[in-house]
Design a protein around this ligand. Structure first.
Ligand code: NAD
Length: 354
């Protein structure tokens, strides 16, 4: 097959992107034919959720503030029960990946339509991927029922996302696009989106680092998050996502920080097997090389660059290696135990790759 051959199944979703787009929420609920929207949030974002509920007026079914990291199964049960008790016919997930994840857990069972209003750059709102954690194990799967019907991207809502969180969340997004560029089931449209997403985030994150409330920079990052999230939703991920899933799931490391540390090392590992993807990533970053470009961006923006600094015990590395080698995802370079061991040692210590 030639390099241009591809199969592309586009996923249905409606995206509204504008500063102040949250104000359109009542119309968007109505457009779905819904009358009682339950607003979901974490305990940290109740004020925003209450304001959102007030905006909906009589179309609000109130606020459920039980969203938690990694969607524990009992939080999903509580949310599903609550949604049915209040007679919700749609849910509005306002927040980061954890809140969108709770909306997906409700939708998986009930088919309730979800409107997502993202306030981080994680990108879950553009994917049919869900994750639910039961007895310490996070199960993930794909189901079109969980894909939000409508996404409102309002850069105003991320104005106060702390710089540190913005940076790791943005590099988390870059990771989706980077692996999308060498995906086995990639396609030229997703590659364009991936490259543009990395470019927008690299520029936007630098802008936020200089001036956290710079709305042009905030807007660039959210635009990049949309592009990178779309890539994650459409094509398969490889070694980097497998490693992060393993580190997050088995050692409870923070999600976005883990992506930030691991990405440069995963790219260095795959560099020789995917030279064209690496060239596009590097160009989008404005750097001579993809792997060191990611590492230097993280360092420049003050993000963590070592697993040991985000809570990873050194004696846990052999277990990560073992898990990474079991049920591996497809990867452009075959998984070699010795080279992966070195990758993990470098990521743990924060060695600049290359
Ligand atoms: P998060 O949703 O856990 O948010 C972290 C904290 O920041 C929360 O307390 C949240 O309320 C707060 N917060 C969010 N936006 C804020 C803002 N603008 N200002 C101030 N505080 C804010 O973190 P995340 O990185 O967005 O999401 C991570 C989770 O999402 C992980 O569990 C990950 O597995 C999942 N995820 C899933 C997919 C998917 O496709 N299914 C994609 C990406 C991430």
């Amino acid at each position: 097959a030639s390099e241009r051959d591809f199969i592309f199944t586009a996923q249905p979703s409606r995206v509204v992107f504008a500063p102040g787009s949250l104000q359109r929420l009542p119309q968007e609920v109505e457009a779905l034919g819904a009358r009682r929207a339950l607003v979901l949030c974490t305990p940290q974002q109740v004020a925003l959720a209450e304001a959102t509920s007030a905006l909906l007026g009589s179309a609000s079914a109130g606020v459920f503030s039980g969203a938690e990291m990694h969607v524990p199964i009992d939080s999903a049960w509580r949310a599903r029960r609550h949604a049915s008790q209040v007679g919700a016919d749609c849910a509005v997930a306002i927040g980061g990946g954890s809140t969108v994840g709770l909306g997906k857990a409700i939708a998986l069972e009930s088919g309730l339509p979800i409107i997502a209003v993202p306030t981080t750059y994680a990108g879950s709102e553009m994917t049919p991927i869900y994750g639910i954690t039961e007895v310490g194990v996070k199960k993930t799967g794909r189901d079109l029922r969980v894909l939000p019907r409508t996404v409102l991207y309002d850069p105003e809502l991320s104005r106060h996302l702390p710089v540190g969180m913005s940076v790791v969340s943005g590099i988390n997004a870059i990771a989706h696009a980077a692996e999308g560029l060498y995906a086995q089931d990639g396609n030229p449209v997703m590659s364009l989106m991936a490259e543009e997403g990395i470019r927008a985030l690299a520029q936007g994150l630098r802008g936020i680092h200089r001036a956290p409330a710079d709305m042009a920079a905030r807007s660039a990052c959210l635009y990049g998050a949309w592009l990178c999230g779309s890539v994650l939703g459409h094509v398969g991920m490889s070694l980097h996502h497998k490693l992060c899933h393993t580190l997050g799931g088995s050692f409870n490391l923070p999600h976005a920080e883990t992506h930030t540390v691991v990405l440069s090392h995963a790219l260095a590992y795959n560099a020789s097997a995917a030279p064209q993807a690496m060239a596009r990533i590097a160009a989008a970053l404005g750097a001579p090389d993809a792997a060191t470009g990611v590492f230097d961006l993280a360092r420049e923006l003050g993000a963590p660059t070592a697993l040991r600094d985000i809570g990873m015990p050194q004696d846990g590395l052999p277990r990560v290696l073992e898990l990474a080698l079991s049920n591996p995802y497809w990867n452009p370079r075959p998984l070699e135990a010795e080279a992966l061991k070195e990758l993990l040692a470098n990521a743990w210590a924060g060695v600049r790759p290359g």
